[in-house]
Design a protein. Sequence first.
Lengths: 257, 290, 346
Amino acid sequence: MTLLATSGLTKRFGGLAAVNGVDFSAEPGEIIGLIGPNGAGKTTFVDLLTGVQLPTAGRIKFRGRDVTQLASHERSRLGLARTFQIPRPFAGVSIRENVMLGALFGRAGRDVGMAEARALAEQALQRVGLAGQGDRATGTLTVAGRKRLEVARCLAADPTLLFFDEPLGGLNPTEVKEALDLIRALNASGVTIVFIEHIVSAVISVSHRIFVLADGRKLAEGTPQEILANQTVQRAYLGDVKGAVNRSRAARQRRAG
Amino acid sequence: MSTALQIIFDSLLLIGLYAIGALGFALIWGVLNVLNIAYAAFIMLGGYCSWMLWQLGLDPLLALPFTMTLMFGVGWLVQRILVDHVMRGPHALGIALTYGLNLVIVGLALYVFTPEFRSIVLPDYLRGYTEIGGARLTNARAAVAAMALALTTGTWWFIDRTEIGSAIRATRLDPEAARLVGIRVRTIFNLTTALSAALAGAMGGLIVVLYSATPAMGDQYLLQILIVTVLGGLGSMLGPLAGAAVLGVCTSAVATLWGATYATAVGALLVLLLLMVRPAGLMGKRFYEG
Amino acid sequence: MKVDVLTLRRAGDGDKRLSSVAQPLLILLCVAGAMALLPLVLGPYGLRVATTACMYLALAQSWNLIGGYAGLVSLAHPAFIGTGAVAAAICLINGLPIAVAALVALALSLSIALLVGAPTLRLQGHYFVVATLLVSEALRNFVLNLDAFGFQGGVSVNIVSHVGVSALGSEAYNRFFYHLMLGLAIAAMAVVLAFDRSRWGLALRTIRDNEAAAAALGVAAARLKLVVFLLSAGMASLIGTASAFWIGTVETNDAYSLLITFEVIVMVFLGGKGTLWGPAIGVGFVLLLNEVIGVEFAEVTQVVSGLIVVLIVLFQPEGLMAALTEGPKALSLRRLRENVRRYRVS
């Protein structure tokens, strides 16, 4: 069964449609890259999927169940989790307590006791490479560390589908590689992943499928290779490259001639 | 018809006073996002200042500009020395700080002036009244209404038509962005609180003309000012005027028709209902979050 | 163990704090036991002060839940304290037994809290503060004009004879109410302790930082805030009822007085909001100050109170509790200077 599917998902702000009639689907076990130029509506789209905002029109189905109007916290309990573009860890509590929150409140099914939550938090911290830092304050983390904390928080909630909102922003090349390895490892352990990203090479290297949004609409969908070759996508990102090249060639000829 | 007109005339006083008071209060709330409890103390200081100037022989209405100037300085100092230090903290700190400041100032006033009511003798030109359409409009009320209109217009002109005013507006919308375009945000904050205190002083100065000064006078009006500010909404100069008009007329009407005692409850309920439906107030701009 | 001053003073303790209820509970029980024996050494005046202290502590903890842990400056407290007092009084003068009166008042307060809680909790920042203030004032104005069930809002109601303990001698009377208030204070501390160590205490602390992220992790933020609001209101109501029984007369303006709530808020801020022991420290400090200054310099009490609030906000916004957990260096000149600069406009 398709894990997540949207049909005609739309979000309007006054006269502007940030997301306009988008049909999207994610199958279990996939890694889907969500790309598009700035202002394409990617974050709004994820907001709609995770319940941070409610759509103006359209439906969202998660595991066959209609979740369009469900509140954010209820979707988390069903297995949907997300990280935020600018990670803002909970500054008033320790790193481990940050992660415990996901374990205590976000898990589908049974309720977890405090002791068990602590153990689950420890496991999650280990998976993202923050083991042993549980007692520290969140202010001691670097940017990369904070992003890993975001992931650990989600992991403790045992998600089925995980949204990453620009996980690679602000990371150096080593950190990017580590982040991509983490994404692959998570996927291998059974988590379906949808991630928004601007670094096209990273998206190409890790995604099974790519979904392109522009101006709130779906522009293209397909495997990385198909998207790379897709002229409409190129134009959306780069403008009319061929046309620009031709015009500058003509201008140079006129100046020479 | 004349009852309705009388209600309106009776409410003119309150409308005028509250419009001025709420204008100043809304400025600090809107631009600095601070709920300035010490505003009550500013009103009180303005009242005593006018009273003392009157004691020195100055006509109470002429004393207003002097009072406002003094309070301008007081407001600037308060912002610079105290409120400046809690601007980036949780908003509860601002409330706590100004609450403490209010206690100090009112407490000192109690000590210095004692709770005794100080009043002035109404000058001759403010006594008397005119009859319009079967209702009586006292000169004093008319004067207050006129002052309120003048101050509101003046403040509106300053905020809307001058360069400094647009700097204030920009800071209100987005302090970070304002800083990036070169606006000295701290100075704007000082200026705004100073203006606000001047308006509070004006309100106090007018109150002492018609009623009397006592250390607790500001505290009494604070609740109504809160109501008017929220009713009118932040972000618009007309908001306080609109809010004052609505509250003033409603209070007068309720007092005339059912007795003054329920007026507070009605006013409060009115605002509560409004907040549920339209959190931005009657004329508030919705993009700004209190 | 590193302690990051700016973000979390007790980072190292974080974990232990979540699990161990035993230690503070033990301390609490010991203190309770010791305090229960106080009547043996205190005269009637001292006992009255102690009773007042317990009442304030219970109130402080009830406000601590909504104002400290949830971080919402609620000025609706007078509404619940007042309703607790007035509703119970009305029941008493109509012949109902005291237990029933207390429960009726509680039910009424909770209903009001439910009615106003859901819509006001949705309001942001200062609007919430103003809305709760309006609730209290509207209710006070309404009750002042009330004339029903033999109760007239404008008039003081004497309920001493109805409370049913007038048969006791004055010493036994004082002792009875001291133990009652002590019991309420200990119960309030226990409630906050349980809360502080529980997952909901943790959830509240995260909601304060970033409600959207907490919701994304499964925390039903709106519901949690409402529950805390109700809990806080219920506690306030019971204390209002108990105070009414103790004082013996109910006067509407005093019952719905904002001043008492402001005093309580100052105590919570002073001691350290959102902590277990903070309010206790705050209550102790303020009452001590009142005893020392209030008698000698009655006129300046207000000025001194205000000055303390200003100084605390500027130099030690975490409250005196911080000094206790970190030792005297929290009050060092350098730290004070840091604190005053922390929230400045840059």
